[in-house]
Ligand binder design. Structure first.
Ligand SMILES: Cc1cc2nc3c(=O)[nH]c(=O)nc-3n(C[C@H](O)[C@H](O)[C@H](O)COP(=O)(O)O)c2cc1C
Length: 380
């Protein structure tokens, strides 16, 4: 797979992590065709160089979902990130805070959201609507209590599909590691040392209180079983009525769903196919973006994720109607490779490329990119 500007980080992450975690990050559903298509879609758009415009200063400041960020980039919610490096989700949040960008805290965060929030970062809690609504209410209460005024409802995980790499590695049975799995973990002593010293191994801290089970995978299994596959639009309306803050729906891939979510009162949408980890085959997010942007017509802000690996990818997505993008695997690789510093470097790498592309396209700020729209682009 083409890891773009992050190839150095992904290589290091693969060396540092036990195979089972490296594959968990890298893998997708079924034939991983959607994952490949996400990348290929960006390859179909060029950005046309323009000269004789004042680009002596490039401003990447962005407004999205009623928040202000220094870059049009958000750290996507990633489950189990605390397993990738002892700095865990707090390390990523610290890096996001220092760079002035936002971050989503996964339901399956190894660190409880309260600890991640203590970094002072601009966070949104990623939630599911559980069968037991009292658990969802509790998540909302906790998010509010630790100062988060925004939530992200993920809607593309009604079921968890086969991910062949995880099946091969026995990822979902990690609570009782086999001898082969143990040997794999022991072959990565610096990772293991960091985990043991960080004390992160035993719990999915964010949801440990909702399950009587012990061990990361057993706890995750209990809570995955709480994800309500019967969820429908009435439940979104329930959530809208229950949560007074910013509500963003993640996993929108069809214009009709975008319109309906906006009508129910969602404040924002994330066009996402979960980085190719859920539906395979699904279209690339970049391919569905123009029709969705046209359908919502600026009523709600749109973020796009899945396959962003270059600054040019970000500029193309903004020109086609997104207000910002989010990155998943890139920050997982950065974290695994170098903890909080690694996540910071991932953000710096992307910021530098975005800035290069905008300067050479004669687009000094994000408003200029959005105003130029397709006029800045070339369809190959
Ligand atoms: C390791 C990993 C764990 C993830 N866990 C979650 C999660 O707990 N909740 C969620 O809404 N999305 C989750 N996602 C999806 C991301 O939020 C995001 O949509 C996706 O990673 C974007 O694609 P990219 O990795 O190509 O940038 C996860 C993705 C990865 C790679």
């Amino acid at each position: 797979m083409d890891d773009g500007a992050f190839a150095g980080f992904s290589e290091q992450a693969r060396r540092r992590l036990p195979r089972l975690f490296a594959d968990y990050i890298d893998g997708g559903a079924h034939g991983e065709r959607t994952m490949a298509r996400n990348r290929a879609a960006f390859g179909q758009w060029g950005i046309v160089p323009r000269g004789l415009r004042d680009v002596s200063s490039i401003n990447l400041a962005t407004q999205c979902f009623g928040r202000s960020w220094a870059l049009p980039v958000f750290l996507a919610p990633l489950g189990f990130a605390g397993m990738f490096h002892a700095h865990g989700e707090q390390g990523a949040a610290y890096a996001a805070h220092k760079r002035g960008v936002g971050m989503g805290v996964s339901t399956f965060s190894i660190a409880p959201m309260e600890k991640v929030a203590a970094t002072g970062a601009d966070l949104m809690a990623q939630i599911y609507v559980f069968r037991d609504r009292a658990l969802t209410r509790d998540m909302l209460e906790r998010a509010r209590a630790c100062g988060m005024d925004g939530i992200i409802l993920t809607i593309d995980t009604a079921i968890t599909p086969v991910r062949e790499r995880d099946m091969r590695n026995g990822f979902r049975h990690l609570s009782r590691p086999t001898a082969t799995q143990m040997a794999g973990l022991l072959r990565h002593p610096s990772w293991l040392y960091g985990q043991v010293r960080g004390g992160a191994m035993p719990n999915v801290g964010n949801i440990a209180g909702y399950t009587g089970s012990r061990g990361v995978m057993a706890q995750a299994r209990d809570v995955v079983a709480q994800i309500d596959a019967g969820l429908d639009w009435d439940d979104l309306a329930w959530l809208r009525a229950t949560w007074g803050g910013t509500l963003v729906v993640k996993g929108i891939m069809h214009p009709d769903d975008a319109i309906r979510a906006a009508e129910i009162g969602a404040d924002g949408l994330i066009i996402s196919n979960h980085g190719g980890r859920q539906m395979d085959p699904a279209p690339a997010t970049l391919d569905v973006l123009p029709a969705i942007a046209q359908a919502v017509g600026g009523r709600v802000d749109i973020m796009l994720d899945s396959g962003i690996r270059r600054g040019g990818d970000v500029v193309a997505a903004l020109a086609l109607g997104a207000r910002a993008v989010s990155i998943g695997r890139p920050w997982a690789w950065g974290l695994a490779a170098g903890g909080a510093r690694g996540v910071g470097l991932v953000l710096d790498t992307l910021a530098r490329e975005i800035s290069d592309v905008m300067a050479l396209a004669g687009l000094p700020d994000i408003a200029a990119v959005r105003a130029a729209g397709r006029n800045a682009l070339w369809r190959f």
